[in-house]
Design a protein around this ligand. Structure first.
Ligand code: AMP
Length: 151
């Protein structure tokens, strides 16, 4: 049995279930928009964190936001992909979690977001918490003990 299976749901922290920074695809705020779109398309992610050169979290950027930004009246203005930078388009008003926060804090923060960024007290990027990771913990808890896993 894993350590996490032994833990009460309410005792699980963000550190237990987050994806660490080194495994998270990201872009930098001064990258051209074209680079961000390439990272998103190649990784298959709908959005990724945006960091500065010191690894501080600045926001997130997603495919839909980029495509909306370059959408002209009748066609996509492809030149804008090299003219604009990630910082011109990213979302900065995002929730943030600390590693010490609880699974329940993570649940509340991720209601409106498929993933939430995790930072330290100085704002340096530590990783992300996905809604998928939260749902997996609740599934484990629900089907343990008296509730049985369906076939
Ligand atoms: P998932 O729950 O795995 O479907 O992930 C939901 C969203 O979280 C993805 O669409 C991405 O925006 C983000 N995400 C998940 N894993 C990563 C990762 N390793 N690197 C960057 N973004 C990620």
């Amino acid at each position: 049995m894993s350590l996490l299976q032994d833990k009460e749901l309410t005792a699980i922290t963000i550190a237990d279930i987050m994806i660490p920074a080194e495994k998270v695809a990201h872009v930098q705020e001064n990258n051209p928009l074209e680079h961000a779109l390439l990272v998103l398309v190649k990784s298959g992610y709908s959005a990724v964190p945006v960091l500065d050169s010191t690894y501080k979290l600045k926001g997130t950027i997603g495919k839909t936001r980029i495509l909306n930004e370059i959408l002209g009246l009748e066609r996509f203005e492809i030149d804008l992909l090299s003219d604009l930078r990630v910082q011109d388009v990213m979302i900065t008003d995002i929730p943030r979690l600390l590693k010490e926060d609880t699974l329940i804090d993570g649940l509340k923060a991720s209601i409106d977001y498929p993933f939430v960024c995790v930072v330290d007290k100085e704002g340096y990027f530590d990783g992300i918490l996905t809604r998928r990771a939260i749902l997996k913990e609740f599934r484990k808890d629900f089907f343990s003990g008296r509730n049985k896993q369906p076939k």
